[in-house]
Structures are given as structure tokens and as C-alpha cells.
Design a binder for this molecule. Sequence first.
Ligand code: DAK
Length: 264
Amino acid sequence: MNVAAFTQLFITEQQPGVWLITLNRPKALNALNQQVLEQLASAVAWIESQPDARVLLITGSGDKAFAAGADIVEMKDLNAQQARDFSQIGMATMHRIENSRLPVIALVNGFCLGGGCELAMACDFILAADNAVFGQPEVTLGVPPGFGGSQRLPRRVGPGMAAQLLLTGEKVKADEALRIGLCNQVMPPEQLLERGVEMAAAIAKNAPLAVSHCKRLVQVSGDQNIENGCRMESDLFGLSFATEDQKEGMGAFTERRTAEFTGQ
Ligand code: DAK
């Protein structure tokens, strides 16, 4: 697949190994229609297939929105079966991002509502511009979330706060999103990409398999009892000693030099 095939997205390599997907429907505030969702899943797979890929960033084009939700215009006349199918397409895209071997960071610039917030939460963590507005306003449109928001929001902010946001449909600004743990950092919009690339570059310097293992372990921590989670951590810790990167990382420490990881 060629990058040019992604008509609804821009794909760029910002630095060696640091890839950026930009949703490209600024006139519709980057609303997620079926085509965007399908291209997003394909783009993640395409970037993963690039041998040097280490970290993925996702943002929205324009200065108003990350994504203002699933595309209401496309959705509004669906029947129950079609709506379920649409939900499954969105769910598959969110799982594709969550299950990527690459760490994924959402760079939220403006409105991040409904499906947009669900997309951001499928990423490993969220950096936000100070103009970001988060929310799951689906109930105001007569539906519950359809791309996993009811499950991912409680895992991010706890059940009480998630219930408040899901049941009222209220929107929260960046500083409140930071306070409740929905996003990790807030900054002026013009610094968002730079900070994201900087953080991605810091991750890209680390051993890729160890990074991938950490991503997986954090994800399962919410689903496992602590013994199962710790058992999985032990297994992956042991497995990492079969990698060249472990020899390189610990060797470099004892030899007082910077490690150079290859992902092997
Ligand atoms: N879908 C489609 N178009 C959208 C959109 C959206 N979610 N959000 C904005 N747009 C379009 C507007 O229609 C407008 O298009 P034109 O009229 O210019 O052609 C353009 O983007 C600019 O929007 P506004 O003129 O409204 O801009 P404002 O600055 O005045 O307002 C706003 C910005 C974000 C406050 C407002 O646009 C807004 O409230 N947008 C909708 C936000 C929202 O409710 N998001 C949640 C969407 S629902 C499920 C599957 C999926 C889902 C649920 C269930 N099942 C299958 C069960 C997911 C649901 C959602 O995500």
C-alpha cells in the first residue's frame, strides 16, 4: 500500500522512527466516517510494516479539532443492523490502535468528542493543547457511545467520573481533563507537535521489545488480578533476557556508553 492511498489522512515521518497520522477532514472537524476509520486501521498496519517504525502519533488537521466524533451526517439514517456494523468498524479500528506493537500518543488539538475521545483513549496516552475540549456527548444525540467509550473512559478516570461524563454528556476543557487524568499534559497548541515528537523520540531511543511489553502490561493491568498481571510481567521480563537488546542495554550501562537498540 502506498501513502498516497490514504485520501482521508496525512502520513509523515517526523523523525527517524516517529510517524504521524493526521486526520484530514478539517471542514467536518475531522469527524470519523467509515472511510476514515478504515483508512486509519490500514495506516496503522502500513506504518507498523516500516522496519524503522518506533512510535506513532495521531492528531487532527486544522486548529479546531482532533475529531468532533463519529460522523453524525453519515450515521443519522442507519437502521439498527447498519448501526451495529458501523460500531464494529469503529471498534476494530480502536482495537487495531490499542493492539499495535507501537506505542501510540494522541495529540489532541481542539474538540475531542464522542468517537474522537474514544480514538484518543485507544492511544496509550494523551497530550493536549490548551484549547482541547473532551467529552462523550452521545446521550445528547440519543445513543450510547459506539466505539468503546463506555469501557475505556472508566479505566482512565474511574467509574464515578466516567458515569458523570457519560450520563450528562458534559464537555470538559483541557485543564479539567488533566485534573481527572484523561490527558497527561497540557500545553499551548503551537507546542503540541513539538512536545509529542520530543516524547516519541525519547521512547524511540529505548529497546522496542521492552517498550512493547510495557505497553501490553499497562493495558492488561486493568483487567487482571494483581497476581496474574505480575505473573505476565515475570514472563515478559524473563523473555526479554533472550533478546540482543537486553545484552546491549545492560552491557552499555556497565561499559558507561549509550545503548544502541535494534529491536532484536
Ligand atoms: N459529524 C459530522 N459533522 C460534524 C461533526 C460530527 N460529529 N461535528 C462537526 N461537524 C461538522 C458540522 O456539521 C459543520 O459542517 P458544515 O455545516 O460546515 O458543513 C462543521 O463540522 C463545523 O461544525 P460547526 O459549524 O458545528 O462548528 P462549531 O465551532 O459551531 O461547533 C462543535 C463545534 C464541535 C461544538 C459542534 O460541531 C458539535 O457539537 N459537533 C458534534 C459533536 C458531537 O456531538 N460529537 C459526538 C458525535 S456522536 C454508535 C456508533 C458510534 C457512536 C455512537 C454509537 N453505534 C453504532 C451505536 C459515536 C457517536 C459519536 O461520536
